[in-house]
Design a protein around this ligand. Structure first.
Ligand code: NAD
Length: 327
């Protein structure tokens, strides 16, 4: 007989990674309440009974949700995530991601909720000079988005030291793929991520731009570490479990340790879909490192997590099935 596990509050649960993680928490027997203002998420991604439409900046509203029923831990996904946008309007990134998280932490302290898992990013490393990247690598963000995430990590340190609020920061590399049962997947608006953009190009026939073909990599295109959203969701569950067992604050990279070039992703997408990807090359984008590959041995060693769904064909296959779900 399965017993109900504690209540977890998921912010940003109407978004891509939050909706996938909510499903896995429920599958694992946790109770879940979702906070989302639906600014960038999808109402249909959340069971209406679990959704509380509250903005992160509404500290009193968050406090009410945190005290409706005892919350054991918060998983904090809610944020703006587009690097390019953050370099045009940094003010909305500092407000939403930094001030929004401060509001959440303030409400948590008031409500006496002491555990948080935070969505951080490989963007905290900027242009790393080591590969694979360990957590100890220099943190030098090259965009405002990455800076907001690094500032939240620093804020969490102080909340731990002063309020004993323990936080695990998970630095994701390239989240990708969809729920294998096709219950949740990626639908950003506008989309900026490579695999769904390739699907859009196949559907519309309009060539997409691939940025840079002269990087110092074997085929000249950027190399990234693609982590399946189901593996990412599991990383959140092991992080929550560590905190609930009394484990300490920490930071972990979440990736596979294997990088794929843009052209390798093109080949995988063409193989899975059976269609050529229409593309043309454009210039490099500012601040795009040639290669971003995670060393996630700390997460594997300390919390016993390992990626099991992240081989590229499986990532592309699940994402393609999600992309075609209504057709
Ligand atoms: N997608 C990736 O590859 C990736 C990589 C590294 C880190 N991350 C981080 O993971 C988290 C989730 O990313 P995602 O791809 O699921 O993004 P997403 O845009 O799909 O989801 C974010 C959700 O947060 C909600 N939200 C935003 N601001 C809010 C606010 N002020 N109040 C309440 N809700 C708000 C949005 O409505 C949306 O549902 C983000 O913090 C992002 O920075 C994502």
């Amino acid at each position: 007989m399965s017993t109900q596990k504690p209540l977890v509050l998921v912010t940003g649960g109407a978004g891509y990674i939050g909706s996938n993680t909510t499903l896995q928490l429920l599958d694992a027997g946790y109770d879940v309440v979702v906070v989302d203002n639906l600014s960038r998420g999808h109402r249909a991604a959340v069971d209406p009974e679990r959704l509380r439409e509250v903005d992160l900046l509404d500290t009193d509203g968050l406090y009410r949700v945190l005290t409706e029923r005892p919350v054991a831990a918060v998983i904090h996904f809610a944020a703006f995530i587009a690097v390019g946008e953050s370099m045009k309007t940094p003010e909305i990134y500092f407000r939403n991601n930094l001030a929004g998280t401060l509001s959440l932490l303030t409400a948590m302290v008031r409500a006496g909720v002491k555990n948080i898992v935070f969505s951080s990013t490989a963007a905290v490393y900027g242009m790393p000079d080591v590969s694979p990247i360990p957590e100890s690598a220099a943190k030098r963000p090259v965009n405002a988005y990455g800076e907001t995430k690094l500032m939240v990590e620093t804020m969490l340190d102080w909340f731990d030291r002063i309020h004993h609020l323990r936080g695990i920061c998970l630095r994701y590399f390239n989240a990708s793929g969809a729920d294998p049962l096709c219950r949740a997947g990626e639908s950003h608006e506008p989309e900026t991520h490579l695999i769904p953009l390739m699907f859009e190009a196949i559907r519309s026939g309009k060539p997409m731009t691939l940025f840079g073909e002269d990087y110092p990599t074997p085929d000249g295109t950027c190399i990234r570490d693609y982590i399946h959203v189901s593996d990412l969701a599991r990383a959140h569950i092991v992080a929550v479990e560590s905190l609930l067992a009394g484990g300490p604050s920490n930071r972990y990279n979440v990736g596979t340790g294997t990088g794929y070039s843009v052209m390798e992703v093109v080949a995988a997408v063409e193989h899975v879909t059976g269609s050529p990807v229409p593309y043309s090359f454009g210039p490099r984008r500012d601040g795009d490192p040639p290669s971003l590959v995670a060393d996630s041995s700390r997460l594997q060693g300390e919390l016993g997590w390992k990626p099991v769904d992240s081989d590229l064909p499986r990532i592309v296959d699940t994402a393609w099935r999600w992309f075609n779900r209504d057709r």
